[in-house]
Write a protein of this length. Structure first.
Length: 81
């Protein structure tokens, strides 16, 4: 897998802008990573569309998932900054 350094910088800049627009989410993610990132925790995501329809899914975290998230936090920061 080739990593494009320019795309990585764009993603990092995009994440910085996202944190400014949505400050509650990074703080939530930081709290989750401090307390709930444990094997067998269930991560659930739901989306409510403008018309009111909701879609939801969840996953049970594995040890490999947690390592991946930790690696991503090293690249993009812990979310609270």
């Amino acid at each position: 897998m080739n990593v494009n350094p320019m795309k990585l910088m764009q993603l990092k800049n995009g994440w910085s802008q996202f944190k400014l627009r949505h400050p509650k989410l990074p703080r939530f993610l930081a709290a989750v990573s401090a307390k709930a990132m444990q094997e067998d925790s269930v991560l659930e995501l739901s989306v409510t569309m403008p018309d009111g329809e909701t879609m939801a899914s969840n996953i049970r975290l594995t040890a490999e998932d947690i390592v991946l998230f930790q690696d991503m936090m090293e690249v993009f920061g812990d979310g609270a900054r």
